[in-house]
Design a binder for this molecule. Sequence first.
Ligand code: 5GP
Ligand code: ZN
Length: 104
Amino acid sequence: MSEDCIFCKIIRGDFGTEFVYETENTVVFNDINPKTPVHMLVCPKKHIETLNELEDKALMSELLQTVKEAAKKVGLKSYKTLINTGKEAGQEVFHLHIHVMGKV
Ligand code: 5GP
Ligand code: ZN
């Protein structure tokens, strides 16, 4: 948990954000500014700033499994995934997240 991280606050439930899907170590919620009709963000519950700091292989696996399960849950058969790593690549929120984008 990082006190000044917006995603940690969302994950802690500070804003009452609805979770699309959740596992022991991951959570999925809708992007506030969707670029596609369905635009979800898959995050580890633990504060990890970028993909470069993700070392836990079990968590890597759980994150991708969560992508699949969340997509299935909302009826997305076809979708794009994106991870921005670092400011120059367009990362704005420094709590690791996988964008899942598509339309049902
Ligand atoms: P990044 O550019 O870091 O890969 O993506 C950050 C994403 O988080 C953006 O698509 C942005 O719309 C989304 N976002 C930023 N602040 C919030 C927020 O408070 N709530 C939600 N649900 N999404 C947010
Ligand atoms: Zn965080």
